[in-house]
Design a protein around this ligand. Structure first.
Ligand code: ZN
Length: 295
């Protein structure tokens, strides 16, 4: 008797302790697309990027963009960082956050705070499902500068017009009941906002601390675990202000490597938490292995 072929399968949630907090990594899905160049290495020759891919054991004509939302249970509050692509995108392989959340043992009604790190569709589309707020009991948090930019909509480039339309539909309705944060704002005790402008005008990162343990959520400061880490100075199509994005990327990677701090990036391969090493000409993503399993 032969067993049936069951097709590709991977886990969609992961939970570990950080001090008194629980961190829950929830996979919203993935997009298979041409790349890495473009969108990465926009200022490099195809040969340079292809050689870099070969050296890192990844193809140079296709890539996976992975989407991982982070949830933190502080013991008092359940805080969700970004809401993924929304279930309307499931045919394309994204929008499975609620499924991952259910399988991890949570309901959307339990979420107390939803933080949107920046207003790009893969981070905000899940705020609404069927025209209704997905997280009915949650207070919403946005970066002050980010929200103001998309609300005003003055110098949105043509290719980002659909992003603004999505913002008007999915984020703007929350304006009156939202909290707007800036550098140093506390989301809840142990979760502090840090400016990380560049990828988007008001992108925010977060420093997480509990009982002397630390985690840095940098989300879209890097968008590819090889290209953004090893060559942080290469041009990235997705970055709004390219020089600012490069400066933020270098500053963030340098700090995380120097502090030997656990880090989370939304587009790092699932489960999307790990460490950073400084190398001779850049940095290196070191996925966590068993460091966080002792609880
Ligand atoms: Zn993103």
């Amino acid at each position: 008797m032969s067993a049936p072929m069951l097709g590709f399968k991977r886990p969609n949630h992961w939970r570990f302790k950080l001090g008194a907090f629980e961190i829950i990594q929830l996979h919203d899905g993935q997009l298979h697309m041409p790349g890495p160049k473009p969108p990465f290495g926009t200022d490099q020759t195809p040969e340079t990027v292809a050689a870099h891919c070969a050296a890192n054991h990844i193809p140079s004509d296709k890539m996976e963009n992975s989407y991982t939302c982070t949830m933190i249970n502080t013991g008092k509050q359940l805080v969700l960082f970004d809401t993924g692509n929304g279930s309307a995108k499931q045919a394309g392989g994204q929008g499975f956050l609620l499924k991952a959340m259910a399988e991890a043992g949570y309901t959307p009604d339990q979420v107390d705070i939803v933080v949107t790190t920046h207003c790009h569709p893969d981070h905000f589309l899940g705020l609404m499902e069927g025209g209704q707020p997905t997280y009915k009991n949650a207070k919403t948090v946005f970066g002050e500068k980010e929200f103001a930019y998309w609300k005003k909509g003055d110098d949105v480039p043509d290719w980002r017009v659909p992003t603004r339309e999505g913002f008007l539909k999915n984020c703007l309705p929350f304006e009156d009941k939202s909290t707007f944060i800036k550098e140093g704002s506390s989301v809840t005790p142990g979760i502090t906002a840090v400016e990380a402008f560049g990828h988007s005008p008001g992108h925010m990162a977060f420093n997480i601390e509990s009982e002397g343990q630390r985690l840095y959520i940098w989300n879209d400061v890097t968008n590819h675990y090889v290209m953004s880490l090893q060559r942080p100075e290469w041009g990235v199509h997705f970055d709004h202000d390219k020089p600012a994005a490069i400066a933020t990327r270098k500053r963030t990677l340098d700090m995380v490597a120097h502090d030997k701090c656990l880090a989370i990036g939304f587009h790092m391969p699932f489960p999307a938490f790990g460490y950073v090493d400084k190398t001779a000409d850049g940095y290196r993503w070191v996925p966590a292995s068993y460091q966080m399993n002792f609880s």
